[in-house]
Unconditional design. Structure first.
Length: 251
């Protein structure tokens, strides 16, 4: 981990409920976690009440959304706009998670539009990218990741990474218990940073790159020792407050 302030985010996916929100709020309140940005992303129906609770408790937890529409308003049944997220004080949003790309057909271009839309409302996008096992075996990892990042650079410009976050999430490591090794993760994180540096070295040095994929309270410390890993995007372990707090403490 270099000098950038670490960011640890929990992606609850389609899990969690009011009881879990209350538990996170209470237990984080009683903890002494500092010098790390903590973001929890519940399902959208819980965003407003979670946000209210953390605000009322002056909590270290920031609340993020898991997705947003690339459209500003209109006849888009089931979608959520940046204006709605802004109105309830949400300041982070995950874009381009591999589940959205593979299950909901989100293309790099659509994800780039969502990234742009979030930034336009001063919401920090957490841009996910990562290769499948098949792509890794075919040695396509860097091509896939460069393609996802270039779609954002093309649409929003390299400067947009001053206000965004990148999460490297190898698909083969998500929910499998098979995390990338610290060396494997570092290799890709370094690639991402050097790819951005071709456009602008300062922006590349300042962007936080999170690792995601079977991060837990046991492997977090070793991952965080890597030079280009600036935090984590946590799925399963982010649903268990003790595990998630331990990951935050390791940062
Ligand atoms: P797991 O931590 O459960 O592997 O999930 C990672 C993830 O997809 C976070 O967005």
């Amino acid at each position: 981990m270099n000098q950038l302030k670490p960011l640890i985010a929990a992606n609850w996916k389609m899990n969690g409920n009011n009881a879990l929100i209350a538990e996170f709020t209470t237990k984080f309140n009683a903890s002494v976690i500092k010098d790390v940005d903590v973001v929890v992303c519940p399902a959208s129906v819980y965003l407003e009440s979670f946000k209210r609770q953390v605000s009322a408790n002056n909590s270290v937890i920031q609340v993020g959304a898991q997705n947003l529409s690339d459209k500003l308003s209109g006849a888009f049944t089931g979608e959520i706009s940046t204006e709605m997220l802004s109105e309830i004080g949400i300041d982070h949003v995950i874009v381009g998670h591999s589940e959205r790309r593979s299950l909901f057909g989100e293309t790099p271009e659509l994800v780039a539009k969502k990234y742009q839309t979030a930034l336009a409302s001063n919401i920090t996008p957490i841009l996910c990218t990562g290769e499948s096992e098949q792509q890794r075996d075919a040695k396509e990892t860097f091509t896939i990741i460069a393609n996802d990042i270039d779609a954002v650079v093309d649409l929003c410009g390299i400067e947009s990474f001053k206000n965004g976050v990148i999460a490297y999430e190898p698909v083969w490591a998500i929910g499998t218990g098979k995390s990338a090794t610290p060396d494997q993760a570092q290799e890709v994180h370094q690639f991402i940073r050097s790819h951005l540096a071709k456009h602008d070295e300062e922006v590349a040095a300042g962007v936080r790159i999170l690792y995601g994929g079977s991060v837990n309270e046991k492997n977090a410390a070793e991952l965080f020792k890597q030079q280009d890993i600036n935090g984590a995007l946590v799925g399963g372990a982010g649903l268990v407050v003790e595990k998630f707090m331990s990951i935050c403490q390791n940062a």
